[in-house]
Each structure stands twice: as structure tokens, then as C-alpha cells.
Design a protein around this ligand. Structure first.
Ligand SMILES: [Zn+2]
Length: 393
């Protein structure tokens, strides 16, 4: 079966060879999907016939968002902590342990149901690729089951046994690193593509982070790093040195950190939901973009520090508060996320790419920032299949 989406007012291809600027923008465009792939992209008037036609009625068509950083295997929530924080208390990494207790106590079915619900929530807002981390189990059995459950939904699974030191090891952090790099890694590696570590005061220092990442790499996992979120530190430099796909947060950066990201292969993934939800200063996206670093935007969806599943929200904040142009923010939420996952088949609408598409109830992608908080997603296709749960075309 082939599908023609015609009368697209504004098409974001993310291929400069296909259209205008870095977004490869085409006006009065059309897209043909065959099976799970994009088969043709061009001017509406030149479009070949297809089995089925959808009239986009002049609206904007974009690649599905690629959310490259989330923590969606968990139980419980932290409403009380958020409420207290908004009444003046500072956020620290220790709150993670509250979710660890709830997650350990939950059944597999409960964790799976939660994950399914949050992924559906993301899909309704245009997100078609999601990375999911473990990190609320912090024991061999609970980390492994978190990843097993995540692997049932996405190929982008990340082992984050080194989220914080597990509660049983509060007095023996070195022993916990031994567990994370030994028995726990052994049990988790079969369900994980990536290895991650929270390199931060109160979590893991540079040497511990290096040990976690290199052990994971030796098991065939590719590295990504929670880096420089709450303070300056070694995370970004370590990520670049190890060739990590992504250094995530990048809120507190020295000039050397920025230069390393600009010169290296590592994407700077910015997570403005975390700063929003902790009333912290935002990362300076303008500085990174101007230096030549590649930037991704992601939700960091988690119950403690960023309980949003909305990429449009992150785009709006990045434009309003972090110095990004709407074009840059939309690129970071699509092609940028794909780069942060080292994927070339998503985050773009080009022949051969996966047919992950979103139609907006708006004439342009700029409306994602221009109309903050407004549900603009009109339709979503994932691998060429029209998904339910969104409004009709
Ligand atoms: Zn995170």
C-alpha cells in the first residue's frame, strides 16, 4: 500500500539538498509513503499517484520528534517533592531514591503499563522515536527487568545502573561501582544498546563515570553521559574523549567544554524541562550553536526533575529562554535527536527514511514555539502506520 500526503503547505525534510536552509523546507509539497518508508518527496504538482491520498490542507508536515533522553520505567510520582520545591526547596540528586523504592515495589505489569501510557502520551504530541533508560532499580534484578520491559517498546534502551549509588551501598560507593561494572552489567547488557552514567556531585565522579562507561563499552554498549547538569565537572570532557553519542544537560559549561563539543563527535543534548521544573538557569544553546556544536533537544521525562513528555514544550522553552531560533529548535528536536542516537533513518523526511511523520494543525513548524502549550498535533504516522489517539485529519 502507498500513501500520498498532498497539499502540504510547509514541509520540513531536514535535508538541505531537498529545500531551503538547514531544515530543507519545501512549500506546496507532497510526500509519498510506501510500506514503512518514505518513497518520494517533492512539489505537490509533481507527485506520483498512490493507493490512498490524505489532503494536508496547506498545513505543516514534519518528521516525528526523536526524544533521545527519557526515564520512563518507574512507578509512583513525586508530586509532593515538586510542590515543596516550588515553595522554595532546592533540587538534589537524592530524590531519585524515592522513585527507586516505588519502582522496586511495583510489579512488572505495573511498570509496563506506566511505560506504555507515557509512550502513548508522547506519540499524541508527535514523538515517534524514544530512548528509555533504566536507573530506578539500582539492583541487578531491578535494573535488568527495567531494561527488559523497555526493550519490549523501543530499540533505544540505555543501561543507567549508575544513576545514583544504590541505597544498600550508601556507605560503600566503590562497591556499588563494582556491582554496576560487574554482575549488574552482565545481567543488563543483553537488553541495552547504550550505557549512561550520572556524572555529578552526589552521584558519580569522573573516575567512577569513566569506569562505568568503559566497562559498558567493553560489553558492546555505546556511551552517553549525564554531564554538567547541576555544576561544572568532568562529564562533558569525558563524553567527548570516549566518543559518546551524546552529552546530556550541558547546563554548566566552561569555554573548554564548549570547544570540545564543537570539535568532537558528541551531540550536546539540552533538556530544558529539567531547568523549568527545578527553577534552575537554562543551558545556553546559543553559545553551543554559535561555537559549531551539534545540539539536540529532549524531554528528560522522569517523575523527579522533568515530568513533561512534550517535545513541543521543550521547543517553546528553547526558543524563548535559550536563544534558539524556531528553525534551530525544531531541527534539534528531530534531526538533532537522531544524531544523538546515531540514527540516520529517523528525524528526516527523505526517500528511504522511516515514514515517521507528524501533521500540525498549523501552517508552519514555527507555530510550535509561537503557540506554546497548544496541542497542534493533527496526525502522526509511525513506520508508515497512522496512529490512533490523535485528532483526525
Ligand atoms: Zn536524565
Amino acid at each position: 500500500m502507498s500513501l500520498l500526503i498532498s497539499n502540504v503547505g510547509s514541509l520540513v525534510t531536514n535535508d538541505p539538498a531537498l529545500g531551503e536552509g538547514p531544515l530543507g523546507l519545501l512549500s506546496d509539497a507532497a510526500v509519498v509513503v510506501e510500506g514503512d518508508r518514505v518513497a518520494w518527496v517533492g512539489r505537490a504538482g509533481d507527485a506520483p499517484a498512490a493507493d490512498e491520498t490524505v489532503d494536508a490542507a496547506g498545513r505543516a508536515l514534519l518528521p516525528g520528534f526523536v526524544d533521545s533522553h527519557s526515564h520512563l520505567v518507574f512507578a509512583g510520582d513525586r508530586t509532593a517533592e515538586f510542590n515543596a520545591r516550588m515553595s522554595g526547596r532546592a533540587y538534589s540528586a537524592g530524590g531519585i531514591r524515592t522513585t527507586v523504592a516505588a519502582t522496586r515495589a511495583a510489579s512488572d505489569a505495573e511498570l509496563n503499563a506506566n511505560l506504555t501510557r507515557y509512550l502513548a502520551e508522547m506519540l499524541r504530541q508527535g514523538t515517534t522515536t524514544v530512548e528509555v533508560k533504566s536507573g530506578y532499580g539500582l539492583s541487578t534484578a531491578d535494573e535488568a527487568r527495567s531494561l527488559r520491559i523497555a526493550a519490549g517498546h523501543t530499540e533505544e534502551t540505555t543501561y543507567l545502573g549508575a544513576h545514583v549509588v544504590g541505597p544498600e551501598f550508601a556507605e560503600d560507593p566503590a562497591g556499588y561501582v563494582d556491582l554496576v561494572t560487574g554482575e549488574m552489567l552482565e545481567a543488563c547488557a543483553p537488553f541495552a544498546k547504550w550505557v549512561d552514567v550520572f556524572c555529578e556531585r552526589g552521584a558519580f565522579d569522573g573516575d567512577q563515570a569513566r569506569a562505568v562507561l568503559t566497562a559498558g563499552m567493553a560489553k558492546g554498549l555505546a556511551p552517553r553521559v549525564h554531564a554538567n547538569q547541576l555544576s561544572f565537572g568532568p562529564g562533558v570532557q569525558l563524553a567527548v574523549e570516549l566518543g559518546a553519542a551524546s552529552a546530556d544537560h550541558c547546563t554548566h559549561l566552561t569555554d573548554q567544554d564548549v570547544a570540545a563539543l564543537a570539535d568532537g563527535d558528541t551531540v550536546a543534548t539540552l533538556l530544558p524541562g529539567a531547568e523549568f521544573s527545578t527553577r534552575a538557569p537554562y543551558p545556553d544553546a546559543r553559545r553551543l550553536v554559535d561555537a559549531g556544536a551539534r545540539v539536540a533537544l529532549s524531554t528528560d521525562c522522569n517523575p523527579g526533575s522533568s515530568f513533561t513528555s512534550s517535545m513541543p514544550f521543550c521547543i517553546a522553552v528553547a526558543v524563548r529562554e535559550m536563544g534558539m531560533t524556531p528553525d534551530e529548535a525544531v531541527h534539534a528536536a528531530t534531526a538533532g535527536g537522531a544524531q544523538a542516537l546515531r540514527r540516520t533513518d529517523v528525524g528526516r523526511i527523505t526517500p528511504g527514511a522511516r515514514a515517521d511523520l507528524q501533521l500540525l494543525d498549523a501552517p508552519s513548524h514555527v507555530h510550535l514555539a509561537y503557540r506554546p502549550g497548544v496541542p497542534l498535533t493533527a496526525a502522526v504516522w509511525q513506520g508508515g502506520a497512522r496512529k490512533g489517539g490523535v485528532r483526525t485529519v
